[in-house]
Design a protein around this ligand. Structure first.
Ligand code: 3PG
Length: 393
């Protein structure tokens, strides 16, 4: 794929697909990370003499105009991050889009309305993609986190105009390539979260790629069950035990070492500060539930990480949203951050809760790379081709 360095954009209108699907509380953006991360691309387009026209989705309006999902609500935060005037177009195609593009003076940025207000967006309708293409000269995709969707603005459009990856897309792809494509070995993957069923493909792919696979969170309980260990009232998918067993066998064949908790923190209630105790993984009382990995497990993980050169992280190791059951996640994340800062480890993290957990541990800045992607990061880790990336050539 090409980058911004490879396309001449002076005097051109540059349609730039971004992901500004940011969390909001009323009219306030509560986490501006995704907006902040697209600033270098927008600035670069302007510096090269192009006029940036931002195309993006917001939430899931399912092809209907839903005023609460208007991107007009995100415009003030975008203007603040860019320090530039943003001209808003009330539709992502047609006259309103053309008028907004015409109204933007050099150095100003155009933001077009939610692409998902058109049913053709998610259907990757060629007619909608052609209407979008008619608005500009060049297509830049900076939305890695939406690249797992084959939509008109992420896939169809890329095939109709000269296309390039934006700076954030470029950084995401390079980081993931370094972590799983052609990594420095040994490689460890940390996979946590509640359910095995949502991460089966991920685990099946990882055991063929990494040297160490750390399984944490509720998922680990299912693996303990697969090994014949009783987990009391813990969250566990007992019907997935056989599948978990298959993954353990596949890992053994591939030479991937699986690390499950050796000790666990158990409580009788699923709530913050519930009275708790630490027991061996085999000794969960029948009336208790596992809410975190214990300190011995953390020590073992630290030793594994210290021997690795690359680490990829997706999902917390315990019920990190409930103190003190965030302890293992926080301690393990701190260990990764330290090794990274010492220059001994390349660490890449992404997906759903993960970034929130690392922020809670106060170490997100100390990882080599934190992805802005949720679902796209997972699909990439599953070894899938992301249509939005494939369309860039
Ligand atoms: C995300 O928030 O992960 C992306 O913006 C994709 O959103 P989607 O899951 O609604 O396609």
């Amino acid at each position: 794929w090409k980058t911004l360095d490879d396309v001449a954009m002076a005097g051109k209108t540059v349609l730039c697909r971004v992901d500004i699907n940011v969390p909001m509380d009323g009219d306030r953006v509560t986490d501006t990370t995704r907006i902040d991360k697209i600033v270098p691309t927008v600035e670069d387009i302007i510096a090269r003499g192009g006029k940036p026209v931002l195309l993006a989705h917001y939430d899931r309006p399912k092809g209907k105009v839903v005023p609460e999902m208007s991107l007009g609500r995100v415009k003030p935060a975008l203007e603040a991050a860019l320090g530039r005037k943003v001209v808003f177009g009330a539709d992502c195609v047609g006259e309103p889009a053309k008028a907004a593009i015409a109204a933007a003076a050099p150095g100003e940025v155009v933001l077009l309305e939610n692409t998902r207000f058109h049913a053709g967006e998610e259907k990757n309708d060629p007619a909608l993609a052609a209407e979008m293409a008619a608005l500009g000269d060049i297509y830049v995709n900076d939305a890695f986190s939406a690249a797992h969707r084959a939509h008109a603005s992420t896939e169809g459009l890329a095939r109709l105009l000269p296309a390039a990856a934006g700076r954030l897309m470029e950084a995401e792809l390079k980081a993931l390539e370094a972590a799983l494509g052609n990594p420095a070995r040994p490689v460890a993957a940390v996979v946590g979260g509640a359910k095995v069923s949502t991460k089966l493909e991920l685990l099946a792919n990882l055991v063929t790629k990494v040297d160490h696979l750390v399984i944490g969170g509720g998922m680990a309980n299912t693996f303990l069950v697969a090994k014949g260990i009783e987990v009391g009232k813990s969250l566990a998918e007992r019907d997935m035990a056989e599948t978990a067993q298959d993954i353990l066998e596949k890992a053994a064949k591939a030479g991937c070492q699986i690390h499950l908790p050796v000790d666990v923190v158990v409580a009788r209630e699923f709530k913050a500060h519930a009275p708790n105790e630490t027991v061996a993984a085999e000794a969960c009382p029948p009336d208790a539930m596992i809410l975190d990995a214990g300190p011995k497990t953390v020590l073992l993980l630290e030793a594994v990480f210290a021997n690795c050169r690359t680490l990829i992280w997706n999902g917390p190791l315990g019920a990190f949203e409930l103190a003190p059951f965030d302890a293992a996640t926080v301690a393990a994340a701190k260990a990764v951050a330290k090794l990274t800062q010492e220059g001994n480890l390349i660490s890449v993290a992404g997906g759903g809760d993960t970034v929130a957990a690392l922020n809670q541990a106060g170490v997100a800045e100390d990882f080599t790379f934190i992805s802005t992607a949720g679902g796209a990061f997972l699909e990439w880790m599953e070894g899938k081709v992301l249509p939005g990336v494939a369309a860039l050539g």
